[in-house]
Design a protein around this ligand. Structure first.
Ligand SMILES: Cc1ncc(COP(=O)(O)O)c(C=O)c1O
Length: 467
C-alpha cells in the first residue's frame, strides 16, 4: 500500500485525504498488529471532552481507560493547556543537566512534599519505562557506592509490565513481550504475583496468601544470594493480568524482607500514582514506604509527557558526596512545559478533591461492575480505586480459561471491537488470562459506571453466545 515511487526514489508527498490509509502507510502504531489495519480503518480520535472522546466520524465514546491510565482530570481542561502555552512562551526548553529551571524545582519540591517518608529527591524522566530504567541503574550504583558492588540483580513479579527499554523489559514478567528481544539484561528474576483468584495456595485466606506470596520474594533473594540482589520492583496494584491488589499484610512483609536483606523496594506507580487509587501515591493506600517510587502517566493528566523516580534521602545520600555523579539522564527529562502542566494538574487535583472523589466512589464503581457477576462469562471482578479488571472465563465453576484460539476470537475478534462499536473505549487484554480493563478519568461518577456496566453487559452477553 506504500505510495513511494520506486523509479525516482522520491516520496509522494501529496496530501492524502483518506486519513485511514495514511495512518496505515506511515504511522507505526505501538503494540499493534499492523496487518489488522491493511483493509480496515484505523480508529482515529480527534477530540476529547470530560470523560468522552470523539472520532473523526463525529462518534462519541466513553473513555473507559483514561487514554492509557493517563487522563486523570478528564479531557478538554483549558487550564492545563493554558499552563503549557504560558510556559512554552516563557521558557520552552532547558535541560536539567547541571542547570535548573523554576518549574522543575517547584515540581520536585511539590512531589517530595507529597511523597511518603524521606522520599525527597526527584529524578525526572519523560515517561514510565525510563523511570523504571532509572531506578534499576540507580539501585545498582547505590549499592556500589555503599561498597556492595555485587548487588545488581532485581526481582519482580510474573505477568507484570514495567516498560519497554531493555532494563525495564527485563523486569517485565511477560515472556511473549520479551522473547523477540532476548538476550535481555541478565539478573532479572521473577516471583509469583498476587492473583488471589488463581492462588495456587491459600485461595480462601487472603492474608495467608499474601504472606505466602511475599515469602516467595525472600526465597528468591536467598536463592540468588542476598549479596547479589539490588532491588525489588512491585506495583501497588499489578496491572497486567488484570488488576491484582495486594492481599492484606503483603507489603508489610515485603518491606520487612527488603529491610532484612538490604534490598531496595521500588514501588512502580506508573499507573497507580496520581489518584488512580484515590491517593497521590499508591503506596499510601496500602501503608508502606518504598525506597524509590517510579511514576509518570497521570502526573500531567496526559497534557504533556513526564515521568520521575522519586528517591529516598537515604538512597540519594552517597550520590551527593564528593565527586560522585549519577551518570544518567534524558534530554527532555523534567521538560519545563511538562513540569508547568504537572503543577497545574496537581493544583486541579487539590481544588476539585479528585483523590477524595475516587475514595468516595470506588465502592460504587466496584459494586456496579460486580453486577456483571450474573453473566456466565464473568469469572472475577477485582481492583481498587478507579482501576478494575474483569476476568473472562469459559467455566465459572472450574475457572477454566479460554484456549489461545478462543482468546484470539473472543478478545480481538469480538470484545474489543464490539465494545468500541457500542461506544466504550477500554481494553481487552490477554497478557495473562483474558480480562477487560477499566480505568476511566477520575471525574467519573455513577452515570459513567452505569453506562460502562450496560455496554459491558450487552457485549459480553453477545460474546458468550458467539463463542
Ligand atoms: C507499571 C508500569 N511501569 C512502566 C510502564 C511504562 O511506562 P511508559 O509507557 O510511559 O514508558 C507502564 C506502562 O503502562 C506501567 O504500567
Amino acid at each position: 500500500m506504500s505510495t513511494d515511487t520506486e523509479t525516482t526514489g522520491q516520496k509522494d508527498t501529496a496530501p492524502k485525504h483518506d486519513q485511514h490509509s495514511t495512518a496505515y502507510d506511515h504511522l507505526w502504531m505501538h503494540f499493534t498488529r499492523m496487518s489488522s489495519y491493511e483493509h480496515a480503518p484505523v480508529p482515529t480520535i480527534v477530540r476529547g471532552e470530560g470523560v468522552h472522546i470523539y472520532d473523526d466520524r463525529g462518534r462519541r465514546y466513553l473513555d473507559g481507560l483514561a487514554g492509557l491510565f493517563v487522563v486523570q482530570a478528564g479531557h478538554g481542561r483549558a487550564e492545563l493547556a493554558e499552563a503549557a502555552a504560558k510556559q512554552a512562551q516563557e521558557l520552552a526548553f532547558f535541560p536539567v543537566w547541571s542547570y535548573a529551571h523554576p518549574k522543575a524545582v517547584e515540581l520536585a519540591e511539590r512531589l517530595a512534599h507529597l511523597a511518603p517518608g524521606d522520599l525527597n529527591k526527584v529524578f525526572f524522566t519523560t515517561g514510565g519505562g525510563e523511570a523504571v530504567e532509572t531506578a534499576w541503574k540507580l539501585a545498582k550504583q547505590y549499592h556500589r557506592l555503599m561498597g556492595r558492588p555485587g548487588r545488581h540483580k532485581v526481582i519482580s513479579r510474573a505477568v507484570a509490565y514495567h516498560g519497554t527499554p531493555h532494563g525495564a523489559l527485563s523486569i517485565t514478567g511477560l515472556p511473549a513481550l520479551r522473547a523477540p528481544f532476548e538476550p535481555l539484561v541478565p539478573g532479572a528474576h521473577k516471583v509469583p504475583n498476587t492473583n488471589l483468584y488463581r492462588a495456587p495456595v491459600h485461595g480462601d485466606d487472603p492474608e495467608a496468601f499474601g504472606r505466602w506470596a511475599a515469602d516467595r520474594i525472600e526465597e528468591q533473594i536467598l536463592f540468588e544470594g542476598p549479596d547479589t540482589v539490588a532491588a525489588v520492583f512491585l506495583e501497588p496494584v499489578q496491572n497486567a493480568g488484570g488488576c491484582f491488589p495486594p492481599p492484606p499484610g503483603y507489603f508489610r512483609r515485603v518491606r520487612e524482607i527488603c529491610d532484612t536483606y538490604d534490598v531496595l523496594l521500588v514501588s512502580d506507580e506508573v499507573i497507580c500514582a496520581f489518584g488512580r487509587l484515590g491517593t497521590t501515591f499508591g503506596c499510601e493506600k496500602f501503608g508502606y514506604v518504598p525506597d524509590i517510587i517510579t511514576c509518570a502517566k497521570g502526573m500531567t493528566s496526559g497534557y504533556s509527557p513526564i515521568g520521575a523516580a522519586i528517591v529516598s534521602d537515604r538512597v540519594a545520600e552517597p550520590f551527593y558526596r564528593g565527586d560522585t555523579t549519577f551518570l544518567h539522564g534524558y534530554t527532555f527529562g523534567g521538560h519545563p512545559v511538562s513540569a508547568a502542566v504537572a503543577l497545574a494538574n496537581l493544583d486541579l487535583f487539590d481544588r476539585e478533591g479528585l483523590n477524595q472523589h475516587v475514595l468516595d466512589h470506588e465502592a460504587a464503581f466496584l459494586g456496579t461492575l460486580s453486577r456483571l457477576h450474573d453473566l456466565p462469562i464473568v469469572g472475577d471482578v477485582r481492583g481498587n480505586g478507579f482501576f478494575y479488571g474483569i476476568e473472562l472465563v469459559k467455566d465459572k465453576a472450574t475457572k477454566e480459561t479460554f484456549t489461545p484460539e478462543e482468546c484470539e476470537r473472543l478478545l480481538y475478534g469480538l470484545v474489543s471491537k464490539k465494545l468500541f462499536e457500542n461506544g466504550l473505549y477500554c481494553r481487552a487484554d490477554d497478557r495473562g488470562d483474558p480480562v477487560v480493563q477499566l480505568a476511566p478519568p477520575l471525574i467519573a461518577g455513577q452515570d459513567v459506571f452505569d453506562e460502562i456496566e450496560q455496554i459491558l453487559r450487552h457485549v459480553l452477553t453477545e460474546a458468550w453466545a458467539a463463542i
